[in-house]
Design a protein around this ligand. Structure first.
Ligand SMILES: [Mn+2]
Length: 213
């Protein structure tokens, strides 16, 4: 069984399709770990979520999708922590997501999708790696870390406590992934057109081999 981590998709359906082809994973044996931020900014968030849900239906617990700060902003807008939470989300790529769903308020998002967003965990781990959307706190167990760090942090910290390699997205890297000794960031700015960005990245965890489209 191989495990592949996949960086921030941000509504880029064609790139997700191409990447899933490229890694030629086995849906009956392998494991996929999406690092969060499936949605926002790019044009096809609805299609991306539908694809991940369809894969999840088939793969069950072998598909893990973490919550990113963009799913968090969507949930804040949905649960309305005030009108401001909706504005914050819309201005940070949420408008593209609403457009892809053809709805004008988040409460009209499909119930299965809302339930999916709520179900997303903040971290996951295997023998050798700790997977988070954004960042970790070096000396805390993952369940003790603040949501602020896990969803929004930019520190690229090592997880000293476990010694596991941290695998994260969230902070777009130009040209290639960021590899430090104990941290890998595989967000390569799939939705951006800045020089060196616009790539979606997967990493095969047993070898740390990189796949990009
Ligand atoms: Mn993010």
């Amino acid at each position: 069984m191989a495990t592949f981590a996949i960086g921030d998709v941000h509504g880029m359906m064609a790139k997700l399709d191409a990447l899933l082809d490229k890694i030629s994973f086995s849906p009956t044996r392998d494991r996929l770990v999406f690092l969060g931020d499936l949605i926002d900014r790019g044009p096809q968030s609805r299609e991306v979520v539908e694809r991940v849900l369809a894969l999840k239906e088939y793969m069950g617990e072998r598909l893990i999708c973490l919550r990113g700060n963009h799913e968090e902003m969507l949930l804040n807008a949905l649960d309305d922590k005030g009108r401001e939470s909706l504005v914050v989300w819309l201005e940070n790529g949420g408008a593209a997501t609403m457009k892809s769903y053809g709805v004008d308020i988040p409460a009209k998002l499909p119930p299965a999708h809302r339930q999916f967003f709520r179900s997303l965990p903040l971290w996951w781990e295997d023998e050798d790696h700790l997977y988070v959307h954004a960042d970790v706190e070096p000396d805390l167990q993952p369940w003790e870390m603040s949501e602020e760090t896990l969803l929004w942090g930019r520190g690229m910290n090592e997880h000293t406590l476990s010694g596991k390699i941290v695998v994260c997205g969230h902070t777009p890297q130009a040209h290639r992934v960021l590899r430090k000794e104990w941290t890998c960031c595989i967000d390569t700015g799939a939705c951006y057109s800045h020089p060196g960005m616009g790539l979606l990245t997967a990493m095969k965890m047993s070898t740390h081999e990189i796949y990009q489209v």
